[in-house]
Ligand binder design. Structure first.
Ligand code: G1P
Length: 300
């Protein structure tokens, strides 16, 4: 691909899910607001978009998601209370999330699946390539993935998805890609995609993890995509069409990620993310590690 592409600046974050795996915590609180150490999970995701150069963020929300909007907005009452106390550190923490990015919100209304959520972004995105970041996937900030995907999209055009090799017994939890190697070690060409196949039917052990850089043609396809797995409009099904027919907005490439990723939508992985990130924090880590060592020694 030699044509020049517009610089990618928009990130879309679907956040309309009900978070039933975390009930009762998510009865009145969006799952995206659950803290990972002392920051809501969603803030890591917005920070990741911003570090990849995408500071226009559209969140696809739904009912009961007001706390998300409040979190990325100013809180004058709290700010002035902290100012009066002269607590500059905490004031900076409060202001950090509202200064991060230009935030936009649209409601999904009917929860008709991830593909439908992404389609809700069409009027905002327009005709540029854009990124989609799923809130349940937390990518360790030290292992940048999205930046690499943006770079690959700028070089090769089309769409780019994030892939990770998983154990065969895990593949039914993910979209799965059949791929061919390219001359870039971490980049593969995607020629087939299946949403959550049974292990026996999976074309590979490459799982889609929740980062996508998409060609805007995806919207035309999503408008015509019939409900697929689980009766939902699947983003994977629309991507499958892009991969199958390069004339409608393909190709689709995958960046193979080998870094640290946590599925914060899974309770076990959520706890692992908290322990790992807490251990590595300069302020909390030293004391926490000492306690953890002795706790493990006593318990095991
Ligand atoms: C979604 C996608 C799936 C992808 C996964 C990554 O599924 O449909 O293709 O592998 O995110 O986290 P969900 O986990 O929302 O059911």
């Amino acid at each position: 691909m030699t044509q020049s592409h517009p610089r990618i600046s928009k990130a879309v974050i679907p956040a309309a899910g009900l978070g039933t795996r975390f009930l009762p915590a998510t009865k009145a609180t969006p799952k995206e607001m659950l803290p990972v150490v002392d920051k809501p999970a969603i803030q890591y995701v917005v920070e990741e978009a911003v570090s990849a150069g995408l500071d226009d963020v559209l969140m696809i929300t739904g009912r009961n998601k007001r706390p998300l909007e409040d979190h990325f907005d100013r809180n004058y009452e709290l700010e002035s209370a902290l100012q009066k106390k002269g607590d500059a550190d905490r004031l900076a923490k409060v202001q950090e999330s509202s200064d991060l990015a230009t935030m936009h919100y649209v409601r999904q209304g009917d929860p008709k699946g991830l593909g439908h959520a992404v389609l809700c972004a069409a009027p905002h995105v327009g005709h540029e390539p854009f990124a989609v970041l799923l809130g349940d996937d937390l990518i360790d900030p030290r292992d940048p993935l999205l930046q690499r995907m943006v770079e690959v999209q700028e070089q090769r055009g089309g769409s780019v998805i994030a892939l990770m090799e998983v154990a065969p017994e895990q593949i039914h939890l993910y979209g799965c890609a059949a791929v061919d190697p390219t001359d870039d070690g971490d980049v593969v060409k995607v020629h087939d995609l299946v949403e959550k196949p049974a292990a026996a039917d999976a074309p590979s052990n490459y799982a889609i993890i929740g980062r996508y850089v998409l060609d805007p043609h995806i919207f035309d396809i999503l408008r015509k995509t019939e409900p697929g797995r689980g009766g939902e409009i699947q983003l994977t099904d629309a991507l499958q069409q892009l991969a199958a027919d390069e004339k409608v907005g393909g190709p689709v490439h995958g960046v193979v990620f080998k870094g640290r990723r946590y599925d914060t939508g899974d309770r076990g992985d959520y706890l692992r993310a908290i322990v790992r990130l807490a251990c590595e924090r300069e302020d909390l880590g030293p004391d926490f590690r000492t306690w953890l060592r002795s706790y493990v020694a006593e318990e095991m």
